[in-house]
Structures are given as C-alpha cells and as structure tokens.
Design a protein around this ligand. Structure first.
Ligand SMILES: CSC[C@H]1O[C@@H](n2cnc3c(O)ncnc32)[C@H](O)[C@@H]1O
Ligand SMILES: [Zn+2]
Length: 432
C-alpha cells in the first residue's frame, strides 16, 4: 500500500455543506482516507509528503456530455443552427473519419480535458474501441458509449446495434474500473421508434444506463410531434427508455409536465450551456429542473459546438445565464454551479464514489495554482473557482490515486506527439 499526505493545502470538498478545510488530505492507494486540519500521523510515516501551500484542491470536474473526436472539426461550421450544422457540416465530414482519426482526435481532447481539470467524461461516438484505448492510457475516467444514428437500411442498423452492444459489454469496468459504458441511441429524430426499443432491450440485458440527446431545439420538438404525435419526452417514455437509468443531453425545450416526468423517473439531465448558446438552441430550464429534484450536471458537448472543453467555463456560464434570464441573482449560485460540475456530475453518471473530497471516496482530485492575482483576496474560494478561475489554472491531477498531471506536465500521454499526429490526421482528413 502507498500512502500520500498533502499538507498546508486548501481543500474545497464540494460536499452539500460547502466544507472548506485548511490543512491536510491523506490518500492510500486509490482512496481518500482523511481530510482535516492536522496530520493524523507524524509526516515520516507517509510514503509521500506533498507541500500543498499556494494550491487549492478540489474534486476533479465531471463532463457529462461530449464527442471527443470532434476536436478535428473545431472551428468548422461555426455560427449555424443545430440541424444545418449537423446535416451540412458535421455528418459529411464525420463520414470520412477513420479509426485513426478518432484515436488522435480523442487524444487531443483528453489532453485538453486533463489540462483543464476534467477527471471523468462522457463520450458518445463511433470507433469507440479507439476512444477506450485513449482513456485506458490517459489515466482518467470515461463513461463511454457507441452513439448510433439509425437513418440507414435495416442491415446497417443491425450491424451498428450489435457493435454498440459488443462495445458496451467488452469495456464496462475495464482500466481498473475507470471505464464504464452506456447504451446510446443518438436521438429520437435519428432513430426510428422500433429501433429505440431494441436499445432499451439491450440496456436491460446488459444492465446498463441509456444516454441520448433529447429536446435540444424547438424544431426537434415540433418535428417529433409531426412525425410521431408526441413530444420527445412522451415519445421516449412510451418506448420504455426511462425504465432504464437514463442521462439525457440538453433537455432545453421542456414543459412543466415533462419536467415532472423526468423527476419521476430520476432521469438525469446534462446541461450544455456553451453549446446551446452557440447553436442558438435556447436556454434550458435548469432552475425548474433542479426545483423538481432532477439531477442537472454539466457538459461541454463537442469542441465543434463549444469550442473548447473547459468545464470551468461551463460552470461560470451556468451560474451566469440563469441569473440573466430569470432576473434572480441566486438562480444558480456559485456553490450550485460547483456541485453541478463535480458531485452532481459524478452522481449523474453513476460514479457515486467520486465527485466529493471526503474519506472513503476515490482519490480523484485536481490542484489549482492560486498563487495568481485573480485568486486574491483569500476570501470566498468557491466564488473564485466559479467566477474567476479557468482551465489553465489547473496545475495537478490525480485520478484513482494515480498522478496524471504534475505542475501542468501530463505524465500519461505524450503531448508533443499528440499535437503532431493530430495535425497530420487533420491534413489528411481535409485532403480526403
Ligand atoms: C454517432 S454519435 C455522435 C453524433 O452526435 C453528433 N452531435 C454532436 N453534437 C450534437 C448535438 O449537440 N446534438 C445532436 N447531435 C450532436 C455528432 O456530430 C455525431 O454525429
Ligand atoms: Zn452531443
């Protein structure tokens, strides 16, 4: 067993009581065993002693919705609404993606996530074996799912479904439990009803959650009513989706009744404020969702609709835009935004052993270099995290008790090589 103590640090636990500890944290192998003002044992008795002065420690950020390989499309197709962006820009380019493209596109994104403090992320995409390989090497956690668009002939639908099942079965629990999997029909507008029912069955058979895009734009809701005679929530409810633990991305256009339905089924919502603003999709009813008891976490979506993967930005956007639209300055307070980006995120993707710094949880945490002007005065550090910090302030990362980044040097991935190979793949892609 290996024991590490961090001394002289500020520890923002992100628990429900907003506890902040000035002192020490101990972790043994992959688990936090102590947080408190004084070291429980003389320092000589620990294998590693780390001086945490001038650093703030907090749980790693949890990004609950994205498509990592789409870093290859960053800056391509800006300033368009969702449907045109998807149909005319993303899908034609994605049709040209190879497994190698996905590998290097995902590697770049995972690097970006590590360097901005994300310790767990959800990824819905194609060529998922490559994504899982990147997660295994990187040392961070991935909740991974083969996203399936079913607008294709029956034999291809069948092939995609079997691939999604095979991926979910093969990789769940891999990489010391850092990889978990879900089942993902992409959206109600890209998967016919009988096809969605087969994903529900697969999720039952494998005992896995479902992840899907839902009610992202007003146009989507309208088209669902025209095609199926029901809005997306009722439609998915009828297809049995919510009989499985479910995480939906976006949930922007919801009625009061739909919010009550989501709460009743404990459906979790990944709020993606940056992407929703950029694609002009609208602003989710986050305050009403949370009031109804729905777990609302945060996601970036892809860097083609964001255009970065900085979860500090999403926490700040969540805290700001809901004040702006409601006229209520406490609509989403800083503390709530912090918990959406950490503890609620972890719960939302069924990782209850992460997301909070406390004894008994996994040692998944980041350090922020607070020896910088924008972290003074040393008053309300939660306020500084949400309203003042950015991803580049993250100095260190530890996941499952293993150091992933120290003093901004990523230990698990070769940064220079990834940038080089990514650029080569990008050039090949545009020439294809
Ligand atoms: C094959 S699964 C991934 C699929 O999702 C597409 N996508 C990316 N962002 C969004 C979004 O905001 N709404 C709906 N679909 C999205 C991506 O381009 C892939 O085709
Ligand atoms: Zn998405």
């Amino acid at each position: 067993m290996s024991t590490t103590i961090i001394v002289n640090g500020i520890f923002v636990t992100a628990n429900e009581a907003d506890t902040i500890v000035h002192g020490c944290m101990v972790f043994e192998d992959d688990q936090i065993t102590y947080i408190g003002e004084k070291a429980p044992l003389p320092l000589e008795q620990y294998d590693h002693v780390i001086d945490g002065s001038r650093k703030l420690y907090m749980p790693g950020l949890v990004n609950t919705h994205g498509h990592a390989a789409m870093s290859l499309l960053r800056g391509y197709g800006d300033d368009l609404a969702l449907q045109i962006w998807l149909e005319e820009k993303m899908w034609p380019m994605e049709a040209k993606f190879t497994s190698e493209d996905v590998y290097w596109g995902t590697s770049l994104s995972v690097l970006e996530m590590i360097k901005s403090g994300t310790t767990s992320f959800v990824d819905m995409y194609d060529h998922m074996d490559q994504v899982a390989d990147v997660v295994r090497q990187s040392g961070i956690r991935g909740s991974l799912t083969r996203g399936v668009i079913g607008l294709c002939p029956a034999d291809i639908q069948e092939h995609k479904l079997q691939e999604a099942i095979r991926f979910a079965r093969d990789w769940n629990g891999e990489a010391d439990g850092r990889i978990t999997t879900m089942i993902a029909p992409h959206a109600p507008y890209t998967c016919p009803p009988d096809y969605i029912e087969r994903f529900v069955q697969a999720a039952h058979d494998l005992d896995l959650p479902i992840h899907t895009h839902m009610s992202e734009t007003a146009r989507e809701v309208q088209a669902n009513v025209e095609q199926y005679g029901a809005r997306p929530v009722e439609h998915l409810e009828k297809l049995g989706v919510f009989t499985r633990p479910t995480l939906v991305a976006h949930g922007v256009h919801l009625t009061d009744e739909e919010i009550a339905t989501l709460a009743r089924y404990d459906v979790r919502v990944s709020h993606n404020p940056g992407s929703n603003l950029k694609l002009a999709s609208g602003i989710a009813r986050v305050v009403d969702l949370m009031k109804a008891g729905v777990k609302v976490s945060l996601g970036t979506d892809s860097s083609a609709s964001n255009n970065n993967l900085d979860m500090f930005e999403e926490m700040r956007l969540a805290a700001l835009i809901h004040k702006g639209v409601s006229g209520d300055p406490v609509a989403v307070p800083a503390r709530t935004a912090l918990r959406m980006g950490t503890a609620i995120g972890a719960e939302s993707i069924w990782l209850p052993h992460t997301g909070v710094l406390e004894a008994g949880r996994k040692a998944d945490f980041i350090a922020i270099n607070i020896d910088q002007p924008h972290f003074f005065p040393r008053t309300d550090m939660i306020s500084h995290i949400v309203y003042s910090a950015a991803g580049q302030d993250v100095s260190d990362m530890c996941v499952n008790g293993r150091w992933v980044m120290k003093e901004r040097s990523v230990l698990t991935l070769d940064e220079e090589r990834i940038q080089h190979e990514f650029s080569r793949r990008f050039e090949a892609l545009v020439a294809r």
